[in-house]
Design a protein around this ligand. Structure first.
Ligand code: FAD
Length: 388
């Protein structure tokens, strides 16, 4: 085993967060002359994720988008409706387009080096961090790690841990069956079977759509179970003649576990590994875009990675949501219906983006049903908000 030269920065895991940090470094003169190593076990050429996020007006990644929608459909027993996003757009970015764009920029810059290998251990040294891979060791003054170790969350029971798990089919129908200008955000009009289960449909043309059967629950299903439900949903939509052109699968952690406590002077956890996944929804991409900007500024003026994060009220709100769904997993349809029925979508997005005013946030929390469950969780979890 060789020990390689020391780098200024190593980024372990080059998915959304790792690549976004490297990309922002490549654009910033502060990082000129720094040696930066990126390590991933995968060469990131396939479309392993389809990221969607909402955004007001134009945004940084618009030039790469595969599709946008200005209306979303929400469906459930209690409330169904087409919601106009009023200035916001729901945006779809194929990960393969993001990877190839960022890799192209980084490969033109000799400061960046790339290794395809498995990271097996990360350890602190006197003056930095050592990364051990299957075949080598690498040392850096500072490391950003985006490799998520789910055993850390699974082995604790202080914070609720649900999984957002899903299987998606990209289908191409022979007739124009999809409503191209509306994305189905959540359709709870399917059997809940004691969980929070919904369909998510992203039509990219009248003939093509991504259809995902999604659960927020503790236990994963067998692949056949997700696929049977997608087939049934398509049949109920009247779509019988279609081809599956691609498939995707996901398991996103939903937890308020304080990932930031795994940061140290020289090692920072980023992306889902850093707790940047919104615990109550699983959305991560927009938060990665926001947090990496803040991170780049932070590095310029601060040396200690332990002080980057600070807990805010949204951490507590997310904890309450998760706790309610964790204790009463069948309530998802009621909870989300009350949010979409009783609030302006712009306020909901501001709330989820953690940009709402105290007053608007409180209104959303008070209107969310079932009220009793939320009050109980709010009381039970309040002490955790003030614990270091
Ligand atoms: C299928 C799918 C769809 C999603 N859709 C959305 C969405 O629509 N909107 C949204 O906001 N979020 C979405 N998410 C959640 C989130 O945005 C993504 O998971 C996002 O990729 C998280 O970025 P990350 O950098 O934290 O992790 P990743 O992108 O998963 O990057 C981690 C990297 O680490 C590498 N790696 C793992 N283990 C090792 C190892 N031992 N050695 C070396 N390398 C390793 C992996 O190959 C990977 O490249 C989705 C997630 C999935 C899985």
């Amino acid at each position: 085993m060789n020990i390689h030269t020391t780098y200024d920065f190593i980024i372990t895991g080059t998915g959304a967060a790792g690549l976004m940090v490297a990309y922002r470094m490549s654009l910033d003169s502060y990082f000129e002359g720094k040696k930066i190593l990126l390590i991933d076990r995968d060469n990131k050429t396939s479309n392993d994720r389809t990221w969607c996020y909402w955004e007001k007006g134009t945004g940084e990644w618009d030039f790469l988008l595969a599709k946008t929608w200005e209306n979303i459909y929400f469906g459930s027993k209690n409330y169904s409706g087409l919601i106009s996003l009023g200035g916001y757009k729901y945006k779809m970015l194929r990960s393969s387009d993001f990877y190839s764009f960022v890799y192209k920029i980084l490969r033109q810059n000799p400061q960046f080096e790339f290794v395809t290998d498995d990271v097996v251990n990360i350890s602190e040294t006197n003056n930095g961090v050592m990364i051990e891979t299957k075949y080598n060791q690498y040392h850096a003054k500072k490391v950003f790690n985006s490799i998520l170790d789910t055993s850390i969350i699974a082995s604790q029971n202080k914070f609720p841990y649900l999984k957002q798990h899903f299987v998606g089919w990209f289908v191409k129908a022979v007739s124009p069956v999809f409503k191209e200008n509306q994305a189905t955000f959540m359709d709870f009009k399917i059997h809940q079977k004691g969980n929070t289960r919904f369909m998510y449909v992203l039509p990219t043309s009248p003939y093509e759509a991504l259809i995902e059967y999604t659960l927020f629950s503790e236990k994963l299903l067998k692949i056949e179970e997700y696929e049977e439900e997608i087939k049934l949903y398509l049949t109920n939509l009247g779509v019988s003649d279609y081809k599956i052109t691609e498939k995707e699968q996901g398991n996103i952690p939903m937890t308020s576990y304080p990932f930031e406590k795994n940061n140290s002077l020289n090692l920072m956890q980023i992306g889902s590994a850093g707790g940047w996944t919104k615990a109550s929804t699983g959305y991560t991409f927009a938060k990665i875009a926001k947090n990496t900007k803040a991170l780049i500024e932070y590095i310029k003026y601060h040396d200690d990675f332990r002080k980057f994060y600070c807990k805010n009220r949204y951490w507590y709100f997310d904890l309450i949501f998760l706790d309610v769904l964790h204790r009463n997993n069948e309530l998802g349809s009621v909870v989300f219906s009350s949010i979409f029925k009783d609030n302006d979508i712009k306020d909901v997005f501001m709330f989820l983006d953690e940009k709402g005013s105290w007053f608007d946030d409180a209104k959303i929390m008070f209107k969310t049903k079932p009220s009793l469950q939320f009050v109980i969780s709010a009381i039970l979890n309040l002490p955790k908000m003030f614990k270091k």
